[in-house]
Design a protein around this ligand. Structure first.
Ligand code: PLP
Length: 449
């Protein structure tokens, strides 16, 4: 018998469900026939998810799973406030942002109010990749320079420019070979398994500063330095203290701009800090956001100063038909209301702290857990074969994810070594479900995988 208390049941909790389980086979068949996905699935037998509710996902056979990976649907699935806002706006008006003077104005205002005063001008787009593309365009156009500096092993998107600055081989196996010559990288500041550890981690910033000075001396000062304000691909590792401060200062010294990619970490996920860059005590010149801000609805934004926006207006062009549409803006506003009213940032802090504590305790009993990274509901459980050598437990991580799926938990490996369980559930996750996740992991690590 399974010793785990079964919190994740086998029946659909959605009341009044209108689905017909007999449709399941047909759904699966039609998906295989018509849906293009080039990304390989993490699972041998991927769950066939059909609907969601809060932090639960439900498959075509009405089996429920605890969703530990969905940082897009940060309020939780099927949020009633978002549904109402979208429906109301669809009934009133949905057209491109050029004509929209209601929701788009209110949303841009509310979004800018969340940021330091200087960052007061908002461009609305449909995704994180678009936001990163536009941020890079703004930097290139306003500085008149072609070069960009990025952090190795980062992921910033799939569009042409956002892909160019993404050198995570986990997300793009050709990342290094296809990198254009205007993209330069600095080492990923990985304090757990990188070149510098412990008291030496400050040297990552020194190296990056040296790279910026060298590029400037070669006549190629970067138009921008782009980085996540947290090291996302490693499963949510904090950057070394003072890293962004030093690197931003050097890039600005040579006339470049600092771009903080907050697509993944921003919007309350970190619990203590609403934005990742706050933890580093810096103010970027451009911020990119997406994912959480639309709770699954396609919405992204670039926020910068009026001065940079004006310079771009004189030198560049931007228009997005659906970016910042009335419905997208109404959804964005509903997400902000829910974050505030449901105190989700505080929940991310409290449940996240509890979850990290329990995972850290688990590491005392299971040698395989090398480290637990991160803050709030953005945690990475790094699995290693040997704590001394830190050899990545890649195969084991995949097997553990498969076993967790059998126990009703969706969790995936991340990083270039695919040995980190990246834990980024909806921010409404409760303590009971966090405990279930840890108990399930404990069970899998104790009984085999
Ligand atoms: N930037 C970061 C840090 C991301 O994690 C992602 C997506 O995973 C993106 C940009 C791209 O966002 P999207 O998938 O919405 O295009």
């Amino acid at each position: 018998a399974d010793p785990l208390p079964l919190l994740v049941g086998t029946s659909d909790p959605v009341k009044g469900a209108d689905r017909n389980p007999n449709d399941a086979d047909e759904l699966v068949h039609r998906r295989e026939q018509h849906f293009a996905s080039v990304q390989e699935h993490y699972y041998r037998h991927p769950p066939r998810i059909e609907r969601g509710w809060q932090h639960t996902m439900i498959d075509v056979d009405a089996r429920c799973y605890l969703d530990m990976v969905n940082n897009v649907t940060s309020l939780g699935h099927a949020h009633p406030g978002v549904e109402r806002a979208a429906a109301r706006q669809l009934r009133r008006l949905n057209t491109n942002s050029r004509f929209n003077y209601g929701a788009v104005v209110e949303y841009s205002t509310r979004l800018s109010e969340l940021l330091p005063a200087l960052l007061d001008t908002v461009f609305l787009v449909n995704s994180g990749s678009e936001a990163v593309d536009l941020a890079l365009r703004i930097a290139l156009a306003t500085t008149g320079r072609p070069d960009v500096l990025a952090v190795a092993e980062a992921y910033h998107g799939w569009t042409f420019a956002s892909d160019a600055v993404s050198t995570s081989i986990a997300d793009n196996p050709n990342a290094l070979e296809t990198r254009p010559d205007w993209v330069h990288t600095v080492d990923a500041p990985n304090a757990y398994r990188g070149r510098y550890r412990g008291p030496d981690v400050g040297r990552y910033a020194d190296d990056a500063v040296e790279t910026i000075h060298r590029l400037a001396a070669e006549g190629r000062p970067p138009a921008a330095f782009i980085a996540e304000a947290y090291y996302g691909n490693a499963g949510g590792m904090a950057l070394p203290d003072g890293y962004l401060d030093k690197v931003y200062a050097a890039v600005r010294e040579h006339g470049g701009l600092a771009i903080a990619d907050e697509v993944q970490v921003g919007y309350g996920r970190l619990g203590e800090w609403f934005w990742g860059f706050e933890q580093q005590g810096v103010v970027p010149d451009i911020v990119t956001v997406a994912k959480a801000i639309g709770n699954g609805h396609p919405l992204g934004a670039v926020i910068t100063s009026r001065e940079v926006a004006e310079r771009y207006r004189n030198q560049g062009y931007f228009f997005s038909s659906a970016g910042g549409s009335p419905v997208s803006s109404a959804v964005g506003l509903a997400v902000l209301d829910a974050l505030r009213d449901e105190k989700l940032q505080q929940n991310a802090r409290d449940v996240g702290r509890h979850l990290k504590e329990r995972l850290t305790q688990l590491a005392e009993r299971h040698e395989l857990i090398g480290a637990v990274h991160g803050s709030g509901l953005y945690l990475g459980v790094e699995l290693v074969r040997d704590r001394e050598t830190r050899e990545p437990a890649t195969r084991e991580t995949t097997a553990i994810c498969e076993r967790m799926l059998e126990l009703g938990v969706i969790i995936q490996p991340t990083g270039d070594r695919q040995c980190v369980l990246k834990t980024k559930p909806p921010l409404c996750l409760d303590r009971e479900s966090a405990d279930y996740f840890v108990d399930a992991l404990d069970h899998v690590l104790s009984t085999g995988y």
